[in-house]
Design a protein around this ligand. Structure first.
Ligand code: ATP
Length: 487
């Protein structure tokens, strides 16, 4: 007997404004049991605002939201937001058990905590479950924190799981494992899952139907994904069609301005203006990135280049050397939440030049950068908290675009960024590289590395460098093999 088809959440004619900005303008959305539902839309379309209203974080102005009869009084919805929401001073086990105590059960005892957390984490990462239950959340990497959050959401027994770009920072292997778990949950427990993502390949891999939001309205309502082509989806999101350009193969041979990165298992020569991709679990790339951004004095990597120290001793020294850095952790290491957009965009330059104030002409430059990245903001004097997640990410990228740099390091820089803007960012980065800035780009999205980079350095799950992939060996299978992520 097939499981019952239940309308778990029904949203009708939803309206929401912030000040004079109308964000939701009569939105409809339905989540059914037994389905994985992709919620799509460009940056700032209104996806998170709708989710925040459904989960009670903010109030709607108008419209109707109903939950299925089984959970109408207390809808059992678990959300994993783009930003991590773990309590830093609690252990992994306590963080996971917290939601069980909060849902009305008696205080969870330590042994019970450990059991709940172990069972939840084992679903995605058995190694983490065996190793890290007692670590404080603050001691976890972004990537591990993300796994703990997803495990916590999975463990609540929710009828609807809302996952907002959950695979950013997860490696291909973890993503694969997560997808298996999600499919099993849908099949066995007949729950509904809402998957917010800008990664088309993953959407197709995982989801059954999609709703597309465009400027606060429903452009496509729960259509089976098999009925829509990629270009129709992009069109419905209101984004320009993607021209399938042939990747320009660049063969940079000049030795001038090259940097030798000396690693524990071999050296990598990075030429001036080259885009070097880093692939694989963060254990390996993070050592190399720490070396370059001045936080890795003890890194097993070192630099050998004329005029460069073997290890930059601080972030300031790294900036003085002409090294820029966009952190993958935009919440705690990126966005300056208390300062307006204009200060956020100009922050790097002002740190380098040790200045407090924004010059008049810089305001115009900031406006120009905001326009180039199609950053959706009311005004450059607004706080970054008023921006959608993808637009906050663009802010961090904008910070380095106008700087004369020798080298720039990006960690998962297109996290939460919509398809159209990703292409814009790739274009801007290519231009930066063509003008002579060397780019080091770590991403868990292999398709992105293959599209953008000139060479890719792959690391295995233990963090060991496994080899440099030249353009003529660029393909997903080769990358999966080298990173130990072959499915
Ligand atoms: N507190 C706020 N004050 C003012 N404007 C806001 C506030 N919160 C959200 N907005 C605006 O509402 C719009 C929709 O934002 P929302 O976060 O819902 O978009 P989104 O579709 O989730 O985008 P993304 O893909 O970038 O995460 C954005 O233009 C954003 O700037």
């Amino acid at each position: 007997m097939s499981p019952p088809d239940i309308e778990l959440i029904s949203v009708k004619n939803l309206h929401k404004s912030f000040g004079v900005t109308k964000v939701l303008r009569g939105l409809n959305f339905t989540v059914r049991s037994g389905q994985i539902h992709a919620l799509l839309g460009g940056n700032g379309a209104g996806k998170s605002t709708m989710i925040r209203i459904i989960t009670g974080g903010i109030r709607k102005d108008d419209g109707e939201i109903t939950f299925s009869s089984s959970n109408a009084a207390e809808p059992k919805i678990a959300v994993v937001h783009q930003e991590l929401a773990l309590l830093p001073d609690l252990s992994v086990a306590e963080n996971i058990a917290l939601v069980h105590a909060a849902s009305g059960r008696s205080i969870v005892r330590p042994r019970q905590q450990a059991e709940i957390a172990h069972a939840a984490l084992s679903l995605i990462d058995p190694q983490l479950a065996a190793r890290d239950l007692h670590l404080k959340a603050s001691e976890l990497s972004m990537h591990e924190g993300q796994i703990v959050e997803i495990a916590r959401a999975l463990s609540t027994g929710a009828e609807v799981l809302l996952l907002d770009e959950p695979t950013a920072n997860l490696t291909a292997g973890e993503t694969e494992r997560l997808f298996l778990v999600l499919r099993r949950l849908v099949r066995e427990k007949n729950i509904g899952i809402v998957f917010v993502s800008h990664r088309m390949k993953e959407i197709r891999q995982l989801c059954d139907v999609c709703t597309i939001i465009r400027d606060g309205l429903t452009a496509v309502d729960a259509a089976p994904l098999s009925t829509l082509t990629d270009s129709e989806i992009v069109h419905q999101m209101g984004q320009p069609a993607h021209r399938d350009e042939q990747r320009k193969r660049r063969n940079i041979t000049t030795a001038e301005g090259s940097i030798m990165l000396k690693g524990p298992t071999g050296d990598v020569l990075v030429r001036k203006g080259q885009i070097l991709g880093l692939a694989g679990a963060p254990a390996g790339p993070s050592q190399l990135i720490a070396l370059l951004n001045g936080t890795g004095r003890a890194s097993r990597w070192s630099i050998a280049a004329e005029g460069w120290p073997s290890h930059p001793l601080s972030p300031r020294q790294a900036i003085d050397l002409g090294i820029g850095y966009v952190s993958g952790d935009r919440h705690t290491k990126g966005v300056l939440a208390q300062l307006p957009i204009v200060d956020n965009v100009l922050a790097s330059r002002r740190i380098r030049e040790r200045r407090y104030w924004v010059h008049g002409e810089e305001r115009n430059e900031c406006m120009e950068l905001v326009q180039r990245l199609k950053l959706k903001a009311g005004s450059i004097w607004d706080l970054p908290g008023t921006l959608s997640g993808g637009n906050q990410q663009k802010l961090l990228v904008a910070r380095w675009l106008a700087m004369p740099l020798k080298l720039v390091v990006f960690e998962e820089p297109t996290r939460g960024v919509d398809i159209g803007t990703k292409r814009d960012i790739y274009g801007l980065i290519r231009t930066m590289a063509e003008q002579g800035t060397t780019v080091v780009w770590w991403s868990t999205e292999n398709v992105e590395l293959l599209e953008l980079c000139d060479e890719i350095l792959a690391f295995d799950t233990e963090g060991h460098a496994k080899g440099l992939l030249p353009p003529d060996r660029f393909n997903e299978d080769a990358l999966a093999d080298l990173t130990g992520m072959a499915a």
